[in-house]
Design a protein around this ligand. Structure first.
Ligand code: NI
Length: 140
């Protein structure tokens, strides 16, 4: 059951409100409240990432040429070694040479960063990006 919402007012300068309204429109939010809730949640999730012991979920995106050196072998090796932190991977062949891989990692913030660092330091990886998400447990 959803708890009742609480209304509160926020004081801002008109120039900031104009920018916020443009943001609401640009992002396609239904109204200011919806946009404001999303912004608060985003901040709270980012706050979670500062706590090393907090459990969360990360998605590591990698782009690499599967012909280059022993990238694939090393990747598989680290992924087995990092069990059970790595909960899933998605591999897509982009063209003859290039692959994009999304590695889903669940664990403590510090563990996720360690796995991402180990994988990201494999020689020959063209692009890497770690996006931290949330388990959602502490976000109502
Ligand atoms: Ni591939």
């Amino acid at each position: 059951m959803k708890s009742k919402v609480t209304r509160f007012s926020v004081s801002v300068y008109p120039s900031l409100l104009r920018k916020f309204d443009a943001f609401v429109k640009e992002r396609g939010y239904a109204n200011r409240s919806e946009a404001f809730r999303a912004l608060i949640k985003k901040e709270l999730v980012e706050e979670e990432w500062q706590e090393e012991e907090k459990e969360t979920v990360g998605v590591l995106t990698l782009v690499y040429d599967h012909h280059k050196s022993d990238i694939v072998e090393k990747l598989v090796d680290i992924q087995h070694h990092s069990y059970p932190l790595i909960i899933s991977t998605l591999h897509i062949h982009l063209d003859e040479d290039n692959c994009v891989e999304a590695v889903f990692i669940r664990g403590k913030v510090k563990e996720i960063r360690e796995v991402a660092k180990a994988i990201g330091s494999i020689k020959g990886i063209k692009f890497q990006n770690l996006a931290l998400a949330t388990t959602g447990k502490e976000i109502p």
